[in-house]
Design a protein around this ligand. Structure first.
Ligand code: 5RP
Length: 255
């Protein structure tokens, strides 16, 4: 299979287990990020070896380029219409399979693609599994128009949820603003902990300049957590979190 020696074994294990779910003829959503790119490589290798006929919608330009270069058939989401399965990474996963996504600034397209899928499978290393969401700064994609006004409204919404005083930072690359594939800006909300993700999601979605936030609630059907030994642990929505996995939370390796 593809580039085994260069790849984090936990990510590779999760990616391979997810790619094993793919069947001939499927319409697939391809996620974004380092774990998703391992999956795309594994998928392309399997598709070539087995002659799988797949139709893929990508969640970012970067993923579309990678997948096309590897010989996968990438089409516009609207051309495919509906997807059987989306496989994507995540920045945090809790025991209810609520997610924080958007570390790669792609959560808008990722959410649209996941919402158009029968099934969303998340692949991750153990450092992504948390008891409570929020240590990873929550990405919020916002319009450039009225950017500072939107930031104020977000701060006000956080105060209403007893999350006031937290940093709401514009994401930069060097000294330049990060611009998403849709031409928008990103605010990262350094919350520390999100006690009520549903209330926060609702409050953010009610702000006009917010295009999309990175909370994925009730969207993920299965999380496949790869382990460094090459095994995987599968988390379903009701599953208790594995204590060892929580202990490994500090293992996060660069998103
Ligand atoms: C991109 C995402 C990614 O799925 C998330 O950031 C995880 O990335 P990685 O696999 O590189 O840790 O949401 O917007």
């Amino acid at each position: 299979m593809a580039q085994v020696s260069e790849v984090d074994p936990a990510k590779l294990a999760a990616a391979r287990a997810a790619v094993a779910l793919v069947q001939d003829g499927m319409r697939l959503g391809l996620g974004t990020g380092s774990t998703a790119s391992v999956m795309v490589r594994e998928l392309a290798a399997r598709a070539e070896a087995e002659g799988l006929r797949l139709r893929c919608a990508a969640t970012s330009k970067a993923t579309a380029d990678l997948a096309e270069n590897l010989g996968l058939r990438v089409e516009a989401l609207d051309a495919i219409g509906w997807l059987d399965l989306t496989i994507d990474g995540a920045d945090e996963v809790d025991g209810q399979l609520h997610l924080i996504k958007g570390g790669g600034a792609a959560h808008l397209r990722e959410k649209i693609v996941a919402a158009a899928s029968d099934r969303m499978v998340v692949i991750a290393d153990p450092g992504k599994v948390v008891e409570t969401l929020g240590a990873f700064p929550l990405p919020v994609e916002v319009l450039e128009f009225g950017f500072e006004t939107t930031r104020k409204l977000i701060r006000r919404a956080l105060e209403g949820l007893e999350l006031g005083g937290r940093d709401v930072m514009q994401r930069l690359r060097g000294s330049d603003p990060v611009i998403t594939d849709e031409g928008n800006l990103i605010l990262d909300l350094h919350l520390g902990e999100i006690p009520d993700p549903v209330a926060l999601a609702r409050a953010l979605s009610a702000i006009p300049g917010v295009v999309e936030h990175g909370l994925f609630l009730g969207m993920c059907d299965l999380a496949i957590i790869g382990r460094p030994d090459g095994g995987v642990t599968e988390l379903s929505r009701e599953a208790d979190l594995d204590a060892d996995m929580l202990a490994a939370e500090g293992d996060r390796d660069g998103v």
